[in-house]
Design a protein around this ligand. Structure first.
Ligand code: PLP
Length: 354
């Protein structure tokens, strides 16, 4: 009772939005609990096709394909797209699902230093000998709340004839003027070829993932992508949630703007209180503490004050870079944000972090 959640990926608060919940109930009643089938046998209903069309429209891409999760979308894309003659260049801090997806493919693998454009350029030069090059990066990195330099990445990709893939799990729905994501924020929507993202965070928080991009790529994935071919189709209630979440976001960007204003409030008040917050303008606000034990006892004490946050330490983040990762949501009120800052200030003083 009275505990405020500051550690969910529910950036826009849509998981408790009455219209999202109603859409799920309606889909459940009209289309059933589930299809007991993969998509290409008898697992495709009109709502699956409609959601794929809506996702493509939202991202201004040609087509989209649904998966049970973004983990699956990442696991399925590299193997289907790349051959042993090709190369994939991956940021060293990419999400585990991208790393696993790359492991499954037979392309030549290059890992560049986190957001280091000199290193990426060196690797792109080295990779010129291959048939095709794909640069893969998270749009926003979830541990630090930092945003990939997509403009520079796209310039290098153009110079060295490479395709760009971004994972937008921590960007879809709220980054950029219309919440389209990192590519919109940085003005490169026409330069990023492939987007993978999740329905399990800002877009209602239920489950599901997708790839959106050129139609021939989506056609190829429907033929070859193993998590799509060999895993059950998304349940109607889950499709209903995501579909309604996208409708709400395409009608207005007010929810995303309210979240951005609250992020700004939290970041500036915490900085003024003396804390170091990693990243910039992103609702992932890592409160950097350094020491693993400090992060863990402070998180415990925050809970005693009604603020639910979690400490992250090695091996989830590098040694000596322990932190409490706060995530801001549109459902937080200004009073909630202020209560969180006050609790951090008290707890920080008590444990010598300030
Ligand atoms: N990619 C990133 C960057 C993520 O943060 C996550 C979720 O933690 C995923 C992919 C996997 O998404 P899903 O939960 O839809 O499998």
């Amino acid at each position: 009772a009275g505990i405020i959640n500051f550690c969910a990926n529910n950036y826009l608060g849509l998981s408790s939005h009455p219209e999202v919940i109603r859409a799920a109930v309606e889909a459940l009643e009209k289309f059933g609990a589930g299809l007991s089938s993969v998509r290409f046998i008898c697992g495709t209903q009109s709502i699956h096709k409609d959601l794929e069309e809506k996702i493509a429209r939202f991202h201004q891409r040609e087509d989209a394909i649904l998966y049970a999760s973004c983990f699956d979308a990442n696991a399925g894309i590299f193997e289907a797209l790349l051959t042993p003659e090709d190369a994939v260049l991956s940021d060293e801090l990419n999400h585990a699902s991208i790393i696993d997806g790359i492991r499954l493919c037979k392309a030549n693998k290059y890992r560049y230093k986190h957001m280091d454009m000199q290193d990426l350029e060196a690797k792109l030069k080295e990779a010129q000998k291959h048939r095709l090059r794909l640069v893969a990066t998270d749009g926003a990195f979830s541990m630090d709340g930092d945003i990939a330099p997509l403009r520079e990445i796209c310039q290098l990709a153009q110079k060295y004839d490479a395709l760009v893939f971004i994972d937008e799990c921590h960007a879809t729905g709220f980054l950029g003027p219309n919440g389209r994501g990192t590519d919109e924020l940085l003005g490169v929507m026409d330069k990023v070829t492939i987007i993978n993202s999740t329905l399990g965070k800002a877009l209602g928080g239920a489950a599901g993932g997708y790839t959106t991009g050129p139609k021939p790529l989506i056609d190829l994935l429907r033929q070859r992508s193993r998590p799509y071919l060999f895993s059950n189709s998304l349940p109607p209630a889950v499709v209903g949630c995501a579909s309604k979440a996208l409708d709400l976001l395409m009608e207005s960007n007010a929810i995303a703007q309210s979240m951005a204003a609250k992020t700004q409030r939290f970041r500036s008040k915490m900085t003024a209180a003396g804390f170091t917050i990693s990243g910039k303008d992103h609702p992932i606000c890592p409160v950097m503490l350094g020491d693993a034990r400090l992060a863990s006892v402070m998180a415990e004490d925050m809970l005693n004050r009604g603020i639910y946050v979690i400490g992250f330490s090695y091996p989830v983040v590098p040694k000596g870079k322990a932190r409490i990762r706060v995530q801001i949501s549109a459902v937080h009120s200004d009073e909630d944000i202020d209560r969180c800052v006050e609790a951090f200030t008290e707890v920080g003083r008590k444990h010598g972090a300030l």
